[in-house]
Design a protein around this ligand. Structure first.
Ligand code: ZN
Ligand code: ZN
Length: 254
């Protein structure tokens, strides 16, 4: 069993709110510099840059998981992690079908949505309003992720916006999440917020594994929160086993 550090929630320049610097090779290079063995790419409502980042990761020796951060109709953020880019993109296509087309006014307000290749070259622009809410509710979003054999994670539950708690006021027992994500900076110079501690303690009572991810929108944020994964190899299959605690595997906030 190996103790591997992972950051399972990172955006690329496909997300309108992320920095232009978030190209597949730059994200991969920075993750390796921070000692991470595995990352997941989770852009808002699209998996359009996951395949390119997996390729960049393969070249550089970093495990990259294809993901997406869905904004549900209740404006709850749900991270979906998938076995491969094809599954992530198929789920992404379903989400995209519920989003309006972006126009010039949208791009001017929210920023560009850049599809890139593994070298970081821009290959196109995502035409849907990724900053919007998809027209499916929380339960449907979790079901969609599971239908593509993905893992559904309640994103940044200790944040005051776009989290299950901030939007619903409670954590539904029947939400069928596979894990909970908290934002707990691992840098001791940055004190852990009381809410983060509360969320981690309270939500652990639900019996779900808790991961800590950076939700990085800029290179400097990558790895600021990490999850230690005890597993045999940095693969999606091993990660799913670690989340379920199978065979001595496990996850915990690093
Ligand atoms: Zn979010
Ligand atoms: Zn995010």
């Amino acid at each position: 069993m190996r103790a591997l550090l992972a950051d399972l929630h990172i955006h690329t320049g496909l997300s309108p709110c992320a920095g232009d610097e978030m190209t597949p090779p730059a994200v991969v290079r920075t993750a390796l510099e921070r000692g991470l063995a595995m990352i997941a790419i989770c852009d808002h409502n699209s998996a359009g840059n996951t395949a390119a980042t997996l390729t960049a990761g393969r070249r550089a020796g970093l495990a990259v998981v294809a993901g997406m951060e869905i904004t549900t109709a209740e404006e709850v953020h749900v991270v979906g992690l998938f076995p491969d880019p094809a599954a992530a993109e198929a789920a992404s296509t379903e989400i995209g079908a519920t989003l309006p087309d972006a126009d010039d006014a949208y791009y001017a307000r929210f920023g560009p949505q850049r599809r890139m290749d593994a070298d970081g070259q821009i290959t196109g622009t995502e035409p849907k309003m990724l900053a919007g809410a998809a027209m499916l509710d929380l339960s449907a979003a979790v079901q969609l992720i599971h239908r593509y054999n993905g893992v559904a994670i309640a994103a940044h539950v200790n944040r005051p916006s776009f989290s299950v708690l901030s939007q619903l006021g409670l954590f539904p027992d029947d939400a069928c999440f596979d894990a909970i994500e908290v934002f707990v900076p691992c840098d001791p110079a940055r004190p852990t917020g009381a809410t983060a501690v509360w969320a981690a303690q309270e939500l652990t009572k639900l019996g779900l594994p808790v991961v800590s991810s950076s939700d990085a929108h800029f290179l400097g944020d990558i790895g600021r929160c990490q999850t230690r994964c005890d597993m045999e190899a940095p693969t999606f299959d091993e990660l799913t086993l670690a989340l379920r605690g199978v065979g001595g595997r496990g996850v915990r906030c690093a």
